[in-house]
Design a protein around this ligand. Structure first.
Ligand code: DGY
Length: 325
């Protein structure tokens, strides 16, 4: 029996990749950068399945070029690179990797929160560059975390995990979402508020909303103007949820205290971007889920989703079960 043809758009952790290699006729893109669009389209023409990253756009044009395609498995929980309705129309299954990266992502969000509040990177740079001459009564003062108010925008899995960490630090928790979270309210004493209240009252605002047309520039110049001067913004969601230039202006004018960003717009943020000139902007390169164990589990999950879809079964983490042929 011939094995299904698969294109894997990047080298993945072995635990997932070996499963795919064992059970399919797979080609793995070997470069660090994503395959160019023309290469992806070319593979789409031949493939029964694709294992993709968030940098690979799977839209109507690509789906139309893919007569044999049964399943596209994303190696990510976010799927704003997918046109799910277009795939459903063409009976192509789409999957993601929810759950396995929740705590690892929340760990990084809380790391950014603490690093910004206590100016960790600034302190390291200061010491390393030979500026540390004595104990300074006013040196590198930051914001307290204990007793402060955390505003969680989007209380899904990762938002809730962030709130749990904050609770452990004795923080008060506000959240804003279209839905009430009984768990957040009962377990953590979190209070549901409007977006305006969240921005006006929080010492830390952490973004955990998916990127949709509604959440594009959720934090814009107007939103930034309503935040507290001591406020710290954390974004581990998606870059375009924040208006980057408005954030730059707000940080430069010290309208808010700092921002910690795992995701940016554009992404990658080019080295010459003005945000890097600011001491109160901390940027890391979209690594929130990047622990050895979590990336391995994501690879395994994406592989299982892909293989189920290729076998004509409903993948465990299917975004459009109605597309099952
Ligand atoms: C995701 O999974 O959506 C993250 O952004 C990367 O792990």
């Amino acid at each position: 029996m011939t094995k299904p043809r698969v294109f894997v758009t990047r080298i993945l952790p072995d635990r997932g990749l070996q499963k795919v290699l064992a059970q399919t006729d797979a080609t793995v893109w070997q470069e660090e950068l994503p395959p160019p669009r023309a290469v992806l389209l070319d593979w789409a023409r031949q493939a029964d399945g694709l294992l993709t990253l968030l940098t690979d756009k799977i839209d109507a044009e690509l789906l139309d070029a893919a007569p044999h395609l049964k399943v596209v498995a994303n190696f990510a929980v976010g799927f704003d690179n997918f046109d799910v309705p277009a795939a459903t129309q063409r009976r192509v299954l789409m999957t993601n990797t929810p759950g396995v990266l929740t705590d690892t992502t929340a760990d990084l969000a809380f790391t950014l929160l603490m690093a910004c509040a206590r100016r960790i990177v600034e302190g390291h740079t200061y010491a390393k560059n030979g500026h540390w001459r004595t104990w300074g009564p006013m040196l590198l003062m930051g914001q307290d975390i204990h007793g402060a108010t955390l505003g969680v925008a989007g209380i899904g899995r990762i938002g809730l995990a962030m709130a749990r960490r904050a609770r452990g630090f004795g923080m008060r928790i506000l959240y804003h979402d279209a839905f009430r979270s009984e768990v957040a309210e009962q377990e953590l004493g979190a209070v549901a508020v409007s977006k305006a209240e969240l921005l006006a009252q929080s010492d830390f605002v952490s973004l955990h909303v998916p990127l949709t047309p509604e959440t594009y520039h959720y934090i814009d110049a107007a939103a930034l103007r309503t935040m507290k001067p001591n406020a710290i913004l954390i974004n581990t969601a998606r870059g375009p949820v924040v208006d980057t230039l408005a954030l730059y202006e707000a940080l430069k004018a010290q309208q808010i205290f700092a921002a910690g960003l795992d995701v940016t717009d554009p992404e990658p943020l080019p080295a010459e971007h003005p945000l890097y000139t600011l001491d109160n902007a901390l940027v890391v390169p979209h690594i929130a889920s990047a622990s050895f164990e979590t990336r391995s589990r994501m690879a395994e999950m994406a592989a299982d989703n892909l293989l189920a879809g290729l076998a004509g079964q409903l993948p465990p983490n299917c975004l459009n079960p109605e597309a099952l042929r």
